[in-house]
Design a protein around this ligand. Structure first.
Ligand SMILES: [Zn+2]
Ligand SMILES: [Zn+2]
Length: 153
């Protein structure tokens, strides 16, 4: 019986390992989160609000169910900006990192800003949304020379 208990224990350990969480954080590290996984569908959002909020060509957001997200550190520090009558955006007040987009309501999922993830997500980015709002200067990656670090030419 002892052997059985040990093997069940190790099976349980293996199962736990396969449920490994993904970690994320803001630029200054004041805020850290764990997520169990993204729901299918991670999108580049080219709307003007995501552009302003990220300070970049587009925002990249992945849906995470409420029960799959844990604020490990600094959750109480998060500031929220109501960016439209329907939604708010969370950010770090210390470093300004955009953390999430969330439709108003207690039960709506988080749309986590993928740039704050510290590892690879469990789904690929699979869509461009609000593509009609894409500004002319926002070029596709394929059309540009690419450098591993700084520009050398
Ligand atoms: Zn921060
Ligand atoms: Zn957007």
């Amino acid at each position: 019986m002892r052997g059985l208990a040990v093997s069940l224990g190790s099976m349980h350990a293996m199962f736990k390992a396969s449920e490994a969480v993904m970690k994320g954080s803001c630029l200054c590290g004041s805020i850290q989160y764990d997520i169990k996984g993204f729901s299918p569908g991670i999108a580049n959002c080219h709307c003007s609000m995501c552009r302003k909020s990220s300070g970049s060509a587009y925002g990249v957001f992945g849906t995470v169910a409420l029960e799959d997200l844990t604020w490990v550190k600094g959750g109480e520090l998060i500031k929220e900006f109501t960016s439209s009558p329907e939604a708010k955006r969370g950010f770090c007040p210390n470093c300004g990192s955009s953390l999430y987009f969330k439709l108003l309501g207690d039960k709506t999922p988080y749309e986590i800003a993928l740039g704050t993830l510290d590892e690879e997500p469990n789904h690929p980015v699979d869509a461009n949304i609000f593509f009609a709002s894409k500004p002319g200067w926002s070029a596709s990656y394929d059309a540009l020379p690419s450098y591993d670090t700084v520009r050398t030419q």
